[in-house]
Ligand binder design. Structure first.
Ligand code: NAP
Length: 468
């Protein structure tokens, strides 16, 4: 734990294990309720300092932190890979993306501005000038999930600093290591003590306290819909951003370029063993291409290397826990009982599941209609584009979706009709760069991330009116 720029210890400890084989990796301290209070108090004091930093001072801290993170790429990638079991090559990409997220945040600090309001457009506004300034909110609680432990944290902490706020960060219990290292990097780069506090502990034990705390002005949460809805219900008038789950779908048109689509869809379905909020879970293939697509998709899947996450060649490692792997296994069995064909993979060894491809999956089984968060994809065929769009929209979620087609009219028809936060044409729904607006509709959440959009959510426009 880090509170007010210092490491903090407690009697309660929590082991961190490599999810792949249970090897002990580290031990961290579990925050008590008193320590959450301390962290919030430290953030409240630091918020007064943060709001007075010039935009360039905030930007410079973020630029330095981005640079330092890049220098420590290997160390940070190893921490990520060890805590969440992500293959090391994907962990390196996460570190690179996190450095960009901080760089984009540092640029947003320079762009923080309000506007001049045309007051005398109203008769009663004659002789008045007014402007808005964007003010920080104060203390922001950032609660993050296990699957991208560094970059998703930077998507909250970077914009919060750019906007002049102080943060209490609660990383997922399984993955606190990169968050703790990052807090030290920020301190080294000049962030005032208390502007970033990291409380490690169980969300079930300390989450409610943080969410309901009077001093906390905003909760920015990434995680599952169940926890997100609980937070929303407890947050009262606090500002709340929720980045939640999805069961991403992609449409393969009859004219799709399969040389391009197949390998991208394999990556989009199985990267980090499907534990990505925009992982492809449902593929709808035009009926004329169905057999060809499936054959090529399975061939490509067989090329994936399964193994230890620290091995440089590994593509598939493990899920976060054995229990999660067992859950995914049971969802595959349920789909097969309901009539789906398991055409490849789906074998479990401890927390690892081989990439599972199912065909003809009934839409009502959990594998289709809930978020599976595992290395599993359902491939179904369709006759008309309208039918495919209907299938994509037949979901409680709406984060991102996509289509592969050479027909621009079909591409834009789908882009207009599919109800999601982001739609990809000739790209997989798992595509994300860190400066773009990112967020969902329906059960996928509310609000948008991407530093520019997050800074807007983390500031309040204040009107200043002057009677001449
Ligand atoms: P999770 O179980 O919802 O946990 C997320 C965070 O919430 C963790 O830090 C967790 O702490 C904490 N938490 C748990 N109970 C809480 C409570 N009552 N009050 C406050 N905080 C609480 O999610 P996860 O399993 O880590 O991550 C997977 C989920 O995240 C998936 O649904 C995925 O789609 C979603 N996700 C969404 C995005 C996006 O951008 N839309 C990105 C990545 C992941 P503990 O770990 O201590 O329980």
């Amino acid at each position: 734990m880090r509170i007010a720029g210092r490491p903090v210890t407690t009697a309660a400890r929590q082991p961190i294990q490599l999810p792949y084989d249970g090897t002990p990796v580290a031990t961290v301290f579990r925050a008590s309720r008193e320590q959450v209070e301390d962290a919030v108090a430290a953030a409240r004091q630091a918020a007064a300092v943060m709001r007075e930093l010039t935009l360039e001072e905030r930007s410079a801290i973020l630029r330095k932190a981005s640079q330092r993170l890049s220098e420590l790429r290997e160390e940070m990638a190893l921490a990520i890979s060890s805590e969440c079991g992500k293959p090391i090559k994907e962990a390196r990409v996460e570190v690179e993306r996190s450095a960009y997220t901080l760089l984009f945040s540092s640029e947003e600090a320079h762009r923080l501005h309000g506007e001049v309001i045309p007051m005398d457009a109203s008769p009663a506004g004659k002789g008045r000038w007014a402007m808005t300034v964007r003010e920080p909110l104060g203390v922001i609680a950032a609660i993050t999930p296990f699957n991208f432990p560094l970059n998703l944290s930077m998507h909250k902490i970077g914009p919060a600093i750019a906007a002049g706020n102080a943060v209490v960060h609660k990383p997922a219990s399984a993955t606190p290591l990169s968050a703790l290292k990052m807090a030290s990097i920020f301190e080294e780069c000049g962030l005032p003590p208390g502007a970033l506090n990291v409380v490690t502990g169980s969300g079930g034990e300390i989450g409610d306290l943080l969410v309901q705390h009077d001093t906390v002005a905003m909760i920015t949460f990434t995680g599952s819909p169940d926890v997100g809805i609980r937070i929303r219900n407890q947050a009262g008038l606090k500002r709340v951003t929720l980045e939640l789950g999805n069961n991403s779908a992609v449409i393969i048109g009859e004219d799709a370029d399969l040389d391009e689509a197949v390998p991208r869809c394999v990556t989009g379905s199985f990267a980090h063993s499907g534990q990505v909020c925009i992982s492809i879970q449902r593929i709808f293939v035009h009926h004329t291409l169905r057999d060809q697509f499936l054959e090529r998709f399975i061939d490509e899947t067989h090329r994936l290397v399964i193994g230890h996450p620290h091995e440089p060649g590994t593509d598939i490692s493990s899920l976060i826990t054995v229990q999660e792997a067992e859950r995914v296994e049971s969802w595959i069995e349920e789909a097969v009982r309901a009539g789906a064909r398991l055409v490849s993979g789906g074998d479990r060894n401890r927390a690892t599941i081989t990439p599972a491809v199912l065909a003809d999956v009934p839409p009502h089984v959990r594998l289709c209609c809930r978020e599976v968060f595992g290395p599993v994809v359902a491939v179904n065929s369709y006759q008309t584009l309208e039918e495919a769009i209907g299938c994509v929209n037949d979901s409680d979620y709406g984060l991102q979706a996509g289509i592969y087609t050479r027909d621009i009219r079909k591409a834009f028809l789908a882009a207009r009709r599919v109800h999601v936060g982001g739609f990809m044409i000739n790209e997989i729904p798992q595509y994300r760069v860190d400066q773009m607006p990112y967020g969902g509709v329906k059960l996928s959440g509310t609000g948008r991330e991407g530093p520019r959009y997050a800074v807007e959510e983390m500031t309040e426009p204040k009107l200043i009116c002057w009677k001449l």
